[in-house]
Structure formats: structure tokens, C-alpha cells
Design a protein around this ligand. Structure first.
Ligand code: IPM
Ligand code: MG
Length: 358
């Protein structure tokens, strides 16, 4: 039976990059026998415009029924002024939490052809292959109480709550150790245990879970140091596991090591590896509709979808190799342009990847 992929294009550059990525899925179906059905749905600003809310119940129901979800990006200035609870980003966060997609994988891999595009020296990033495992359904993103209120004295105060239960920490730690076991078996847990009690607990629980994985060497690092080390010597890391907020920040930082944030895909998985797959970059309203966006992070998210949710490792490799060969041929979207390469648009990049599928 065909597996169902829910396709949420979203806002800004979303439709352009998702268009390129779904073309890849359709090509795999036509040319290489991938048995999938695609179904579109609205979320974010597009859903607010059509239904008055960022995550309509109909989209949530389709998401629950699908085998996997492919997402572009949501948000934009048009919806920045509306009530916080109704903003596009809330739709995304609610979808992550409703489907219990707690395990967010953000691989920062440097394609050899892009060594010159990184903002760090080529030798610092050569062969970089780092996996960031970000907890995605807890932490200050979801903690209560939250909000902005006005005191009796008439002053506004804002509040968010950083909170993690042992259970939440334990399950993401197990995911991260499991991933590390299949890689170089080095796991670095990132926290701020010198200041924040929540993350002191994080460190204790990760240390407990480590006993189940004697083959993995585990280290702990404060998040400020981790940010510095990622820029100083990123290849010291194999797998990083961290909470929702620190993972958000460190994964943007890590993306630049690979040449552009336009290169980083992600997988957000539940306990059964059902997941949502999206580029880590945003909706880039400034370049939307101009055929400038880099579709490769979304195309590489398709590869992760094939590997993690559909169990189609060979198809995933096909996609990753096509991307590598297009980059090797010197073709680049504007975000990756360096002297001696050829700059092409979103649509052309999509076509080149299709041509390179073998
Ligand atoms: C990400 C994004 C989201 C996040 C936003 C759009 C809510 O920055 O996926 O990294 O903060 O998680
Ligand atoms: Mg982010």
C-alpha cells in the first residue's frame, strides 16, 4: 500500500522549496518505484489566511493519519502583529507537540564541494559530520506559566518557564545514545548546569542513561562553551544532545559551518520514528517568490524522510548523491555562491537534482 506523505508548503519561500522537494519524490515514484501518495495541507500564515488559525483541526487530523510530513517553513511579517497565540509559529509548535515529535535530528554535514562556502577556514570544517539531537517538545518553548502581564504598578513583565521532567530527558538521551552507537560513539551533552537547575537535572539524567551505553563515550559541556567550540574546532563533535532552546540556537550556528543555513535538513521524530521533515531555515519572506531560495535543505529533508519514516535507505542515498553531484558540478544558489561557481535559481537547482537522480 502506498505510504502517505502530508505536504505542508507553508509561507514565504515555502512553496518554492517544497515544490522542488516534491518533484524529487514524484521522480522517485515514476523512475524508481517509490510507492508514495502526496497530500497537501495548510499550516502557518497560509492557514491563518484561509481558516483564521495557524493549525486547523483538518490539518492536524491529516498529519496524524499520514506516514510522514514534509514541511517548508512558516511565518512572515504579515502575521507578526496578530495575537501571539494565533501566530504561524504556534501552529508549528502545536503540531510538534500534538504528534509528540520530541526527537529532532539536525545533521550538519559539509559537502566536500562546499568547503570554500563555509565562513570558517576550509581545514577547520573539512569532512565535518555532526549530528545535533535537539529535544523538541519540552523546555522553555512549552513551559508554563508563560506570558506578558502588567503589575499593579503598571509595569509589564514577561515570563517563560524552563522545565524538563526526568522522563523527557531520559527519552531524548536514549535516542541520542542510540544514534551515537551507530556513528563514532561520542556523545556531548550540552547544558548550563553551572547556573540552571533544570539543566543540572538534565546532566544527572544523561549521566544515568549513559550506564546503558558503555560503548559510547559521553562528555558534558556548558552551552556557552559549546557555541565557542563549534566555531573553534567543530570536528571534535560527533553527536550533540541538548534541550529545545539551546538546540535551536546551536543548530543555526552549526548550519553556517556547512556553507549556508540553506543546506541543513531536519527530522522531528516520535517514539515510532514517524516524523515531520523540514529545512531548519525559516520562510525568508525577503526573497520569497524570486526564485532565489536554496531548495537543497528541503530536498535533503526528503532524504531524511525516506530514511527515517519510510525505511527507504537506498532511495535516501539516491537523493543525497544527486545533491552531492550537483554541488560537485559547481552549481549553486546565491546563498552558496563562491568564485568559480555557477549561480542558478531555485527552479533550475530543482531540475538539476532531478537530472542527477540515478
Ligand atoms: C526552528 C525554528 C522554529 C523553532 C520556529 C520557527 C518556531 O527556529 O525550527 O529551528 O524555534 O523551533
Ligand atoms: Mg531555529
Amino acid at each position: 500500500m502506498a505510504q502517505k506523505i502530508l505536504v505542508i508548503s507553508g509561507d514565504g519561500i515555502g512553496p518554492e522549496i517544497v515544490g522542488a522537494a516534491t518533484d524529487v519524490l514524484l521522480a522517485l515514484r515514476e523512475r524508481f518505484g517509490l510507492d508514495v501518495e502526496l497530500e497537501p495541507a495548510l499550516m502557518g500564515g497560509a492557514a491563518i489566511d484561509a481558516h483564521g488559525e495557524p493549525l486547523p483541526d483538518s490539518t492536524l487530523a491529516l498529519a496524524r493519519a499520514a506516514d510522514a510530513i514534509l514541511l517548508g517553513a512558516v511565518g512572515g511579517p504579515k502575521w507578526d502583529k496578530i495575537d501571539r497565540a494565533l501566530r504561524p509559529e504556534r501552529g508549528l509548535l502545536r503540531l510538534r507537540s500534538s504528534l509528540d515529535l520530541f526527537c529532532n535530528l539536525r545533521p550538519a554535514v559539509l559537502y566536500p564541494a562546499l568547503a570554500q562556502a563555509s565562513s570558517l577556514k576550509a581545514e577547520v570544517v573539512a569532512d565535518l559530520d555532526l549530528m545535533i539531537v535537539r529535544e523538541l517538545t519540552g523546555d522553555i518553548y512549552f513551559g508554563q506559566p508563560r506570558g506578558v502581564e502588567t503589575t499593579a504598578a503598571g509595569e509589564r513583565i514577561g515570563r517563560n518557564t524552563m522545565i524538563y521532567s526526568e522522563t523527557e530527558i531520559r527519552r531524548i538521551a536514549h535516542s541520542a545514545f542510540g544514534i551515537a552507537e551507530k556513528r563514532q560513539r561520542r556523545l556531548c551533552s550540552v547544558d548550563k548546569a553551572n547556573v540552571l537547575e533544570t539543566t543540572e537535572l538534565w546532566r544527572e539524567v544523561v549521566t544515568e542513561v549513559a550506564r546503558d551505553y558503555p560503548r559510547v563515550s559521553v562528555t558534558h559541556m556548558y552551552v556557552d562553551n559549546a557555541a565557542m567550540q563549534l566555531v573553534r574546532a567543530p570536528k571534535q563533535f560527533d553527536v550533540i544532545v541538548t534541550g529545545n532552546l539551546f538546540g535551536d540556537i546551536l543548530s543555526d550556528l552549526a548550519s553556517m559551518l556547512t556553507g549556508s543555513i540553506g543546506m541543513l535538513p531536519s527530522a522531528s521524530l516520535d517514539a515510532n520514528n514517524k516524523g515531520m521533515f523540514e529545512p531548519i531555515h525559516g520562510s525568508a519572506p525577503d526573497i520569497a517568490g524570486r526564485d532565489l531560495a536554496n531548495p537543497l535543505a528541503t530536498i535533503l529533508s526528503v532524504a531524511m524522510l525516506l530514511r527515517y519514516s519510510l525505511n527507504q535507505a537506498a532511495q535516501a542515498e539516491r537523493v543525497e548523491q544527486a545533491v552531492a553531484s550537483v554541488l560537485k558540478a559547481g552549481l549553486r544558489t546565491a546563498d552558496l555562491a563562491t568564485p568559480g561557481t555557477t549561480t542558478i535559481g531555485t527552479r533550475q537547482m530543482g531540475r538539476e537534482v532531478l537530472n542527477a537522480l540515478r
